[in-house]
Design a protein around this ligand. Sequence first.
Ligand code: NAD
Length: 395
Amino acid sequence: MSWITVCGGGNGAHALIGTLLLQNETTHIRLYLPLEEERSRFAEAISSHSKFEVQLAGEVHSVASNRIYVTADPKQAVRSSTIIMVVPAFAHEAILSQLAPYLTKESTIAALPARSGLEYQARDILDKAGQNGCVLVGFQTLPCACRIKEFGHSVIIHGTKKRVGAACLPRKEIEEKAEVFSTLLGIDVIPYQSMLELSLANTGQLIHPGIMYSVFRNRRTEVFPSEDKVPLFYASVDDKAAKVLSRMSDEVLTIKDTVEQKRPGFKMPSVVHLSQWLLEAYGDDIKGTANLARMFQTNQGYQTLKVPVTKVNDGYRVDVATRYLTEDVPFGLLVTKGIALVVGVETPMIDEVITNTSAWIGKEYLIYGELIGRDVMTTRAPQRYTIDSLEGLIR
Ligand code: NAD
């Protein structure tokens, strides 16, 4: 019998628990839920249902619920050598800080997904806890779209990617860890060469804030009278919005080229233009490949996904407090901006998106292109961790 610890009790955690238990017959889960209300709700759910159910491609699969052990005790959580955080990036700090004092050289702690700048935050927390032996793994994305059906009992997995990129700290561990996680997750884990590559290859940081800004900036106050009038999110990208997204992506590529020129031999092959990434990630699901706007409009995977909204008296309004901004800006674009500043690359389009969208969510990050706003210390920009050289970024 082997144990894996999962940290998190949301949609992604439900899907991961189901996947791990279905893929690996002898595996048991330690589910670390430090938030008391969530811990007790989950424990109650598994004691009242003997099965945990996963709905996948229309079929329901079930596993015994007694293979899940719920705990709020960090000392219990670290008893598994593999620990996977499946939480939004803003929760990494709390969980890493709680577990850090008890991790050992045998521990591998992974973030699924990592978003950007995880390595700076994790190194900072682990160093302060006197902890320098464990391995950190960051994944490029959650490999599925999923929703809880019944809390603690059932989950719907809408679609699973066949491959996902991952990077490691220390870097030399990545080949072995990619193999281990490929088996655990039942998908191909593609080894990235560095955490910097992982941070810059984060496409959610471009797509989510980029579309919120370019498509919805003039529709933020509009009221959609009913749910069916709420516009699609990705498929609403028109030629003008595609230009914004393409310019953001070009700026990331300039950062990549600059780093590679300054450090001959250091390569980040997974950092590609958004259009190339879309074609590689979605393949035949994209019916029109003439230009970036058509790729968004005709991607079959994007045809039902709407802009996040909040209910108001007379209908629905765009929800600016969405993770597309509260996660993808401070744990995505801000990290990229910080890297750009370190290597001396100008990013006018990314700056425009950050400056405008951060104002919508009441945050101040950039002032005249400098990372000196009052909320920078709540992001994962390298400057928060006093990293100001290419050597520091790569190390
Ligand atoms: P969720 O909102 O369903 O779950 C959030 C969970 O995070 C909470 O249930 C709690 O367990 C944990 N959490 C939050 N704050 C915490 C804290 N301070 N301390 C400890 N735990 C805390 O989110 P999700 O859908 O599971 O998403 C997880 C990650 O996966 C996010 O980065 C999300 O953007 C990404 N993602 C999700 C999907 C999806 O389909 N659900 C798809 C792609 C990417």
